[in-house]
Design a protein around this ligand. Structure first.
Ligand SMILES: C[S@@+](CC[C@H](N)C(=O)[O-])C[C@H]1O[C@@H](n2cnc3c(N)ncnc32)[C@H](O)[C@@H]1O
Length: 284
């Protein structure tokens, strides 16, 4: 059942964190002139109106892109992220928030390719309208967990996969680990970024997800950003990105930007700086 709609959450703290890491990853890969492929297993609708009824109902973007946008001048490392948002808002501001496919589309060059998968019929229809006429984009109306291994290794065999499911159903956690296992077996040199939620004490499954992934890949660079203390409620107090095969010196790049990003996105109730970065390795 596809009940999740990203329009309710677009531009929230988790999106800003995920998209900041995504643009840094793509920039690192773009440092070389060789063509690359970007694969998005759960692409979403592409662009979101932050003044829509959906966005207004949760008001989540105020604590995410709203906070970041006011402080964007303090983030020279994220100039590409800012430029991608600005490109979708020619009148200024950030009302139209670009999701992962459009951020990637903004950064990638004419000889790169984007492979985007999305299962929700309305979301893919919106994405199709936005992507119209861009010859780099290949859209697949299909299950991203099944589609990913089927499309690997890509041509050219250099690039990045974003795995960003809603995690509204418990099975998504297992499907992420299984999908990653199948993908990594076919394409062990790809860069993979797995977004995951950080939830209340009783519901948080980040640790078991990462342990499950480590059965299939040798190491993960895991970064998290927390905006409020972890309590026992149902809310999303933070999120993480687990990166397989990060580009050279990527941990250093994250270390430079994450403290400032965490400080800007924190909601004021956190005592400590809410970010972390660690290597997790498979026990052999
Ligand atoms: C978190 S949103 C994606 C956001 C997008 N990656 C971004 O950063 O802008 C998750 C998307 O996955 C879609 N979805 C849910 N289950 C799916 C599946 N099995 N395969 C592909 N897409 C799926 C949902 O319709 C939703 O649009």
């Amino acid at each position: 059942m596809l009940s999740y709609l990203h329009g309710f959450h677009a531009g929230n703290h988790a999106d800003v964190f995920k998209h900041a890491v995504l643009t840094l990853l793509l920039e690192a890969l773009l440092a070389k002139p060789k063509p690359l492929v970007y694969l998005d297993t759960h692409a979403g609708a592409g662009v979101y109106d932050l003044e829509s009824g959906q966005a207004g109902k949760t008001g989540e973007s105020a604590g995410g892109i709203g906070r970041f946008w006011a402080q964007r001048a303090a983030f020279p490392e994220l100039a590409s992220y800012v430029a991608a948002i600005a490109a979708h808002n020619p009148d200024g501001g950030c009302r139209r928030y670009p999701g992962s496919p459009l951020l990637a589309g903004h950064l990638l060059r004419t000889h790169d390719r984007l492979i985007l998968m999305e299962l929700h019929p309305n979301e893919i229809a919106t994405l199709r309208q936005t992507a119209l006429g861009d010859p780099r984009i290949h859209l697949h109306h299909r299950d991203g967990f099944e589609g990913l291994p089927a499309l690997l290794p890509p041509k050219p065999a250099r690039g990045l996969v974003l795995i960003d499911p809603p995690y509204e159903v418990k099975s998504d956690y297992k499907r992420v680990a299984d999908g990653l296992a199948a993908a990594y077996a076919r394409w062990p040199t790809g860069v993979y970024a797995v977004w995951h939620p950080r939830l209340g004490v009783q519901r948080d499954q980040a640790d078991s997800l990462l342990r499950r992934c480590l059965r299939h890949v040798p190491a993960l660079l895991v970064t998290t950003l927390q905006v409020r203390p972890q309590t026992d409620d149902f809310g999303l107090h933070g999120s993480g990105m687990a990166i397989i095969n990060p580009p050279w010196q990527f941990a250093e790049r994250l270390t430079a930007v994450m403290p400032r990003l965490a400080a800007v996105l924190a909601d004021g109730s956190l005592q400590a700086n809410g970010w972390s970065l660690e290597w997790r390795k498979r026990n052999v």
